[in-house]
Design a protein around this ligand. Structure first.
Ligand SMILES: [Zn+2]
Length: 370
């Protein structure tokens, strides 16, 4: 069986400190184009890389920002991505909805956690999802089939609201980013049904252990080297894992010291990682099928059981490359894959060095080209 690999790009604008500092303003297109010296090192780099290697990707496009950006600059971005044949799916950050109130500053002061889905009332969550779906309709795009919550926050109310909205697929879970503490959502990867919605979590793996205690990491281009990704993909294929979801953002491909990304430089390491990943997937289509996330979720073989709403016991003791034993988990779709310690150490050292080098280079060229 081929393992489907979904590269997912959360495409979003930024509050950029405006909630806490009245002098700052939210930032739109620069968060997505990520221009350096007049060249887009974010979205254009991504689209060109995917095109070169014939990789269909999924862009989870944030749709509530138009509560603030009344001229709706995300519309053109979403249409452009759709025009290149990638899946455009719905991403929602609830924080943008506060801008519909004239007294938004007071509301943010009274309730700073504007961006939480976790603990939000189901009706309120459903209203936010429907606002996002309306944006897709206004943008003349097909209705979204898949959803990703801001900050990967999730709870029962979110899945119930998604089911009521008619959105059938989701990718709301990345345990190293957000862990609700609910064992039913302790999902490392694969595909799982919750409240009638098929959840395809961003892969969470163990990059090193302290004794038997695993250190968890959610798979992103910014945080995982290509060598580590290759190890994980080979392991996933070996154990018959149907799906690996990878998370990224356009701004991972530049380095900047500013909230508005005005002064930035290309992130060579991140760009080389994505290029190497796409090349690897392109050259190994006998084992992997690069795929949009809805296409992957739909392609569940009839005999391939999707784990239902039963609790899935997290298993932190699984041997590298082996699925969780059925007695510990309701599904072989929920293994905790293991990275290699030396590869993790290599990555940590390289990233620390490159971050320092990048900051020094930005300082040296401050005031120069964008
Ligand atoms: Zn986001």
């Amino acid at each position: 069986m081929r393992t489907r690999v979904c590269i997912t790009i959360d495409t979003e604008f930024s509050i950029a400190g405006a909630f806490s500092d009245p002098a700052l303003r939210p930032v739109a297109e620069p968060m997505v184009t990520c221009d350096v010296a007049g060249r887009s090192q974010g979205l254009d780099f991504l689209l060109a890389t995917f095109q070169r290697h014939d990789i269909p990707a999924t862009f989870f496009v944030e749709a509530l920002n138009r509560q603030y950006f009344k001229h709706d600059p995300m519309a053109a971005i979403a249409r452009r991505i759709h025009g290149q044949g990638h899946e455009v799916q719905l991403h929602v950050h609830p924080c943008w909805s506060v801008f519909r109130h004239a007294d938004w500053r007071e509301r943010v002061r009274a309730c700073p956690r504007q961006d939480d889905f976790f603990g939000r009332d189901e009706a309120d969550t459903l209203a936010l999802i429907r606002q996002g779906m309306e944006a897709f309709s206004d943008w003349d795009l097909p209705p979204p089939q898949a959803f990703r919550a801001g900050n990967l926050q999730h709870d029962d109310a979110l899945y119930q609201a998604l089911a009521r909205s008619g959105i059938r697929y989701s990718s709301n879970i990345g345990l190293a980013v957000f862990d609700s503490g609910d064992p039913r959502y302790a999902l490392y990867g694969g595909r799982h049904e919750r409240h009638g919605v098929i959840e395809c979590p961003v892969l969470t793996y163990c990059d090193w252990r302290l004794g038997r205690r695993p250190h968890l990491k959610t798979l992103t281009i910014a945080g995982t080297s290509f060598a580590e990704m290759k190890t994980l993909l080979e392991q996933a294929h070996r154990i018959g894992l149907s799906l690996v979801v990878i998370l990224s953002h356009p701004f991972e491909y530049i380095q900047s010291r500013d909230q508005d990304l005005r002064h930035a430089r290309r992130h060579g390491i991140a760009q080389r990682r994505l290029t190497a990943l796409c090349q690897y997937l392109d050259h190994n289509r006998d084992r992997y099928t690069p795929s949009g996330i809805a296409a992957a979720a739909i392609a569940v073989a009839p005999d391939h059981s999707v784990a239902r709403d039963r609790p899935v016991a997290p298993d932190h003791s699984v041997a590298p490359g082996h699925p969780v034993a059925p007695s510990r988990s309701s599904s072989p779709e929920n293994p905790l894959l293991e990275g290699r310690l030396l590869q993790s150490l290599d990555r940590l050292a390289l990233q620390a060095t490159y971050a320092c080098y990048g900051q020094a280079a930005l300082l040296a060229t401050r005031g120069g080209s964008r």
